[in-house]
Design a protein around this ligand. Structure first.
Ligand code: NOJ
Length: 530
């Protein structure tokens, strides 16, 4: 493993509500996760990133936090969290948590105090209250401002139950210092910073201008001073014992390297997510360009950018890769609405290639729970079972993210597929046809997606090139991605529609699918020893 550990860790993202349900309430919980740690050890991951499990009315899956320093009763207790850290540490797995600094829940005591205290009060200054709103829109649809009974408006870039903090207020800064220390003291190895680029807004709150690329609630320069101070907090923790140096990864969505660059500094947050592999069509030239762009950014800055192929906000990989790839760039919800044809077998073949690509690239890899099972997006969730605020704020016009958040299938042939150990109405319904996708079913099928991930993760740990080994592109056909890592490792993927030649004189150590003699079939990748 590289030094520090987070530079090449494989991190498994747990969406706690959908991982495992110990108390058969229909929603996952921390004891459920704790009871399944052996699965993650066996899979071969180094760390777990947990989506929010804090006290919350759950209007946005827990990204509406009412108490940053406690566990919501539906997930367990602080004692359960401590027990999870103890057990995971004993098994060599680090725990990464989510910190949500842009906004809290409208149930947070500070926001309740602000509502009670009225206009011009000190309590309102911790949030962004105005007498007149501007034209900003919520990421979830509709206006970004909601009016209070006394006539003032407050800003919320997300749901109306998620008021944005005023990050120019010292109380907000001080509270998050405490929150970071609270969890670092409990043994967390790193934090993931939600919406890391929106904390500060242009103080004038100017209207968004049509056609302008400047967004007044993104990337304000003050945020870097804040992150330098957070880095000092992280670095003040001992680095010698497990979990070692404490990390942090910023959630930044960027379309151009110029946006990402200021976040990639030696004294700011240690890591910035790279989501670009999910945002380009599945084609060798585009994927190669994204990888090159990341390498340039990292080389220039000394920063580190974890690769991501799926998460709780993005349509499942198997479905995404099974649609007409010209649709990927458009901001379309059509796939989730069922308005686009999805070829799941094709998407699955490509997702197997994607897994081998992700785990062969230099750097940290984030895996989203269920992608190791090849779960497709669940498209048939009835409207009255949908939870995503996006769906509700747009009166169903934008379907939202529920389809990638469905409870995991562990075993058995019908819902709840071992998610709970007895019949239960799960918080989101599970499809009736997932029997072949359960962990149990896939463990006994040699060529399953799960066994591919297990094999790849085992090789990644063992192979000397798959830590820090230098990567070099090979000359290859236009539809191929081919590179080496030193010492002695090679990767080739055929993303075209015709077979290509396998590299000569190589010893294949892993394939994403069956080969055809000396040929590498379309939508197939190999790892080989040179
Ligand atoms: C990004 C999170 O990943 C997403 O799930 C959430 O809805 C928004 N931030 C708001 O917190």
């Amino acid at each position: 493993m590289a030094d520090p550990w987070w530079r090449d860790a494989v991190v498994y993202q747990v969406y706690p509500r959908s991982f495992a349900d110990a108390d058969a309430s229909g929603g996952g919980d921390l004891p459920g996760l704790r009871s399944r740690l052996a699965y993650l050890v066996d899979l071969g991951v180094d760390a777990i990133w947990l989506n929010p499990f804090y006290t919350s009315p759950m209007h946005d899956g827990g990204y509406d936090v009412a108490n940053y320093c406690d566990v919501d009763a539906r997930f367990g207790s602080l004692g359960d969290f401590d027990a999870l850290v103890t057990d995971a540490t004993a098994l060599g797995i680090r725990i990464i948590i989510d910190v949500v600094p842009n906004h809290c829940s409208s149930q947070h005591p500070w926001f309740q105090e602000a509502l009670d205290a009225g206009p011009s009060s000190e309590a309102r200054k911790r949030f962004i209250f105005r007498d007149v709103p501007n034209n900003w829109e919520s990421h979830f649809g509709g206006p970004a401002w909601t009016r209070t009974p006394d006539g003032q408006w407050y800003l919320h870039l997300f749901d109306s139950t998620q008021p944005d903090f005023n990050w120019r207020h010292p109380d907000v800064v001080a509270m998050f210092d405490r929150v970071l220390r609270f969890w670092l003291d409990r043994g967390v190895a790193a934090v993931r910073i939600d919406m890391a680029n929106t904390l500060f807004k242009d103080p004038e709150l100017p209207n968004l201008r049509a056609g302008s690329t400047l967004v007044p609630y993104y990337d304000q320069p003050e945020v870097h001073g804040l992150y330098r101070s957070w880095r000092e907090i992280l670095d003040s923790y001992p680095t010698d014992a497990f979990p070692g140096p404490r990390g942090a990864v910023a959630e930044i969505w960027f379309n151009s390297p110029d946006i990402a660059r200021p976040y990639l500094t030696k004294d700011g947050l240690p890591q910035t997510f790279n989501f670009r592999l999910m945002r380009v069509p599945w084609a060798a030239a585009e994927l190669g360009a994204v990888i090159d762009e990341a390498h340039r950014l990292i080389a220039d800055s000394g920063g580190s950018m974890p690769w991501v192929l799926g998460n709780h906000d993005i349509t499942r990989m198997v479905s995404r890769l099974g649609i007409d790839q010209t649709l990927i760039r458009r901001p379309t919800d059509a796939l989730r609405r069922g308005a686009v044809e999805v070829d799941v077998p094709l998407g699955t073949r490509r997702a197997r290639v994607a897994a081998l690509l992700l785990l062969a690239l230099p750097g940290t890899a984030y895996l989203y729970q269920g992608d190791e099972l090849g779960l497709p997006e669940y498209l048939a969730i009835p409207a009255d079972r949908r939870e995503d605020p996006t769906f509700h704020r747009t009166a169903g016009a934008v379907v939202g993210r529920d389809g990638c958040r469905v409870p995991l299938p562990w075993s058995g042939s019908s819902p709840p597929y071992g998610f709970a150990d007895r019949p239960v109405r799960t918080w989101l319904p599970q499809p009736p046809d997932w029997a072949a996708l359960t962990v149990e079913a896939q463990l006994s099928e040699e060529d399953s997606m799960l066994n591919l991930y297990r094999a790849a993760l085992r090789l990644r740990r063992e192979h000397p090139a798959l830590g820090d080994g230098k990567m070099t592109w090979l000359n290859s056909g236009a539809d191929e991605l081919a590179f080496t890592r030193e010492p002695g490792f090679g990767f080739v993927a055929n993303l075209g529609d015709k077979p290509s030649f396998l590299p000569s004189g190589s010893r294949i150590i892993l394939t994403s699918g069956p080969l055809d003699g000396a040929m590498l079939p379309a939508d197939t990748a190999i790892w080989y020893q040179r």
